[in-house]
Design a protein around this ligand. Structure first.
Ligand code: KG4
Ligand code: ZN
Length: 339
């Protein structure tokens, strides 16, 4: 068997409010996988509290790794990977240093992974080849459009200038009195609503570039709520969601056309949004573009996507950088040099 195809990687993800540990063999054989979500803990604060997140990672991570080693002998793990950024500094510290210490103790290499690259490659999980495509990453912390030539070859086309798409969902949900995380709540309510009932701004739809802005939309909802107390919640959710999704779909399709790509890959928590999936599928099929969306379990933060990114980087021959610190503000330019 090809060495790369049998390599076992233990990966750790602690960049925000999920503690996740996975052991991946090759590019797609899942030997161990677990995600511990702290969403319940943070729900009472209406958002993620960094100090609470890091303490919870510290409590939970050793137990999850112990569980992993009960299933797969530590001696058989070939390398260790962890998210080093971007994310909450206090949360990244726990996963990065725990995993680096583990690699050091076991005498195995440590592979530093950029969380964004994890999301970006997640729609290709299990696949040998990452074909050229336009990547739309829509999560609680990020909204990015990239032109992807292959593993490690990413050109940033645009990003949000303010709130991330998931953040806009969560903040609007908060205005509406819905529990955190609000994306799924809005999605569910919107399914019974009329998306044409209210018209909210499609910010930067015609900006001519690939950047996004969602804070104007968020403010429009807040101002609307100050003046209208009788709105039917499902209609409001559907109209907000439609405005946000319209911009995501239009810009992704335009990026594919301009950059001559015949595939769009969508990842991150917001890729679970049913309206985004439906509109993107229909726009892609009208334009002769294929669509690949990350599998449900790989959309929100997880260590499998980190292990897969590490495996793909090894396969591409990108050397693991030595002594990488945590990088809370790790961006894509640094990501491309992280090798
Ligand atoms: O990828 P993820 O864990 O976040 C970051 O890595 O930052 O995604 C979480 C985000 C949250 O903002 C959540 O509200 C949103 O994904 N989300 C959704 C849906 N499911 C999760 N947003 C819209 N519709 C959904 N169905
Ligand atoms: Zn994420």
């Amino acid at each position: 068997m090809n060495h790369e195809l049998s390599t076992k990687i233990l990966a750790v993800e602690t960049s925000c409010d999920e503690t996740s540990v996975s052991i991946l063999e090759g590019l797609g054989k899942i030997l161990f996988h677990t995600i511990h979500s702290q969403a319940d803990v943070h729900a009472r604060y209406g958002g993620v509290v960094p100090e609470v997140a890091s303490r919870s990672h510290l409590d939970v991570l050793p137990l999850l790794v112990q569980e992993a080693f009960q299933k797969i002998s530590a001696d058989t793990v070939d390398s260790y990977a962890a998210t080093v950024g971007p994310g909450l500094a206090s949360a990244l510290i726990v996963g990065t240093f725990f995993t680096r210490a583990l690699a050091l103790g076991m005498g195995k290499p440590f592979i530093a992974i950029n969380h964004i690259e994890g999301h970006l490659l997640s729609p290709f999980f299990g696949q040998e080849t990452v074909t050229s495509h336009i990547a739309l990453i829509v999560s609680g912390g990020h909204t990015l459009l990239l032109d992807v030539q292959g593993v490690g070859q990413y050109v940033l086309l645009g990003k949000t200038l303010d709130d991330a798409a998931g953040e806009a969902f969560d903040k609007v949900a908060k205005f509406l009195g819905l529990p955190y995380p609000g994306g799924i709540q809005i999605d569910t309510l919107a399914a019974q609503g009329d998306a044409g009932r209210y018209v909210f701004p499609r910010s930067m739809l015609h900006s001519g570039d690939f950047n996004f802005s969602f804070s104007g939309l968020k403010t429009a909802i807040r101002v609307f709520l100050e003046h209208d107390h009788t709105a039917f919640l499902p209609d409001l959710c559907a109209s907000f969601q439609e405005a946000l999704v319209d911009v995501l779909v239009a810009k992704a399709i335009r990026a594919a056309r301009i950059h001559h790509r015949s595939l769009i890959a969508v990842s991150g928590g917001v890729s679970s949004n049913s309206r985004l999936q439906a509109k993107m599928a229909s726009a892609c099929s009208h334009s002769g573009i294929s669509l690949q969306i990350a599998e449900p379990g790989l959309r929100t933060d997880n260590a499998l996507m980190i292990a897969f990114a590490a495996a793909q980087r090894m396969k591409a021959g990108i050397p693991a950088p030595k002594d990488v610190p945590i990088m809370p503000n790790l961006d894509l330019a640094t990501l491309c040099k992280l090798g």
